[in-house]
Design a protein around this ligand. Structure first.
Ligand SMILES: O=c1ccn([C@@H]2O[C@H](COP(=O)(O)OP(=O)(O)O[C@H]3O[C@H](CO)[C@H](O)[C@H](O)[C@H]3O)[C@@H](O)[C@H]2O)c(=O)[nH]1
Length: 310
């Protein structure tokens, strides 16, 4: 069975590729290497350096490979970039996704597995925690709006053309290979700074709660979606809340960092709390998180030590 993984040189995508190969799938990766790295790509996968918006190249790939499955993880992944440049965000996250959708329909893909967001889709006036999928999305950033928009195109494609799909809505994913630079996640930033003995900045009071899910658990959910969760949106999170202050303390202990945090101004638009209910993932995919926050942080720190020596 052949699978296409878009964004397969990136943080989450490369872990999905590893798991697919472990399980005997043949894998083609499409990645424009804007954020992804060649060295993340499993040596048994075929890497094609291309942009998902390049209609000609993408169609040729579908024609040549006859993919059974498409895992779509290529994205403009930054919420703040989407706020600054919603046109670019929509170009990648909606138009690029539609190029893949069109070809998946035309070339008879068995299933399309889409990486969406649980952290940015429900918005900030949610009062049910952990948040289930029955809460109607009210995204408040172009990034969340684009992700939700493409979820709707998938529903359309299933109804109109019979394309099977699963949407996975991720909580805050962390772990090995997360890029600590630029618009990175907090775990990668803190880990890198602590290992380098640099100041760590906590935005606001540090009581912002997130649901941190380990990247290998997320890759496992993708594999499970090959055979289950048809036509559904499924949250992938832990339902366990961790504040930025707690995260700081965990990482301080693991890395042996000696400084205190530097408290900065609150980040504009920061959601106070995000926590996902994973009951549907449990029922439909038989998925639950296996790696708790403390173990996941330890594994992450070990990886950063080996790969990002100061
Ligand atoms: O140096 C830092 C970096 C972050 N934070 C705080 O840490 C929390 C988490 O921030 P992230 O940027 O890691 O994650 P967000 O919850 O803002 O989530 C966004 O970034 C994620 C990256 O992991 C995902 O892309 C997610 O979908 C998107 O909503 C926030 O309160 C933030 O203010 C700090 O205090 N200091």
């Amino acid at each position: 069975m052949k699978a296409l993984v878009t964004g397969g040189a990136g943080f989450i995508g490369s872990h999905v590729v590893d798991k697919l190969i472990e399980n005997g799938y043949e894998v083609v990766v499409v990645d424009n290497l804007s954020r992804g790295k060649k060295e993340n790509v499993n040596k048994d996968a075929t890497l094609v350096v291309a942009d998902i918006r390049d209609e000609k190249t993408i169609e040729e790939l579908f024609k040549e490979h006859n993919f059974s499955y498409v895992f779509h993880l290529a994205a403009q992944a930054s919420v703040s970039v989407s706020v600054k440049d919603p046109v670019e965000d929509a170009n990648v996250n909606i138009i690029g996704s539609l190029v893949l959708l069109k070809n998946s329909i035309k070339y008879g893909v068995k299933k399309f597995i889409f990486s969406s967001t649980g952290g940015a889709i429900y918005g900030d006036d949610v009062d049910i925690f952990p948040t289930p999928e029955s809460v109607f999305p009210k995204p408040i950033s172009p990034y969340g709006i684009a992700k939700f928009s493409f979820e709707n195109y998938l529903r359309f494609a299933k109804k109109e053309f019979g394309l099977n799909y699963t949407v996975l809505r991720y909580a805050n994913v962390y772990g090995p290979r997360q890029d600590p630079f630029g618009e990175a996640g907090v775990v990668a930033i803190f880990t890198m700074r602590m290992l380098n003995g640099e100041d760590v900045i906590i935005n606001g009071d540090g009581e912002y709660i997130r649901d941190y899910v380990y990247v290998e658990d997320v890759a496992d959910a993708n594999l499970r979606a090959l055979k289950a969760g048809d036509g559904m949106e499924i949250n992938i999170g832990t339902s366990q809340g961790t504040s930025v202050n707690q995260l700081f303390d965990y990482l301080k202990k693991i890395t042996g960092y000696t400084k205190d945090p530097v408290y900065g101004p609150p980040r504009k638009g920061d959601i106070r709390k995000s926590l996902l209910c994973y009951t549907r993932a449990l029922e439909e995919l038989r998925w639950k998180p296996k790696v708790d926050i403390e173990k996941g942080l330890r594994l992450t720190v070990e990886w950063f030590k080996r790969n990002f020596k100061a």
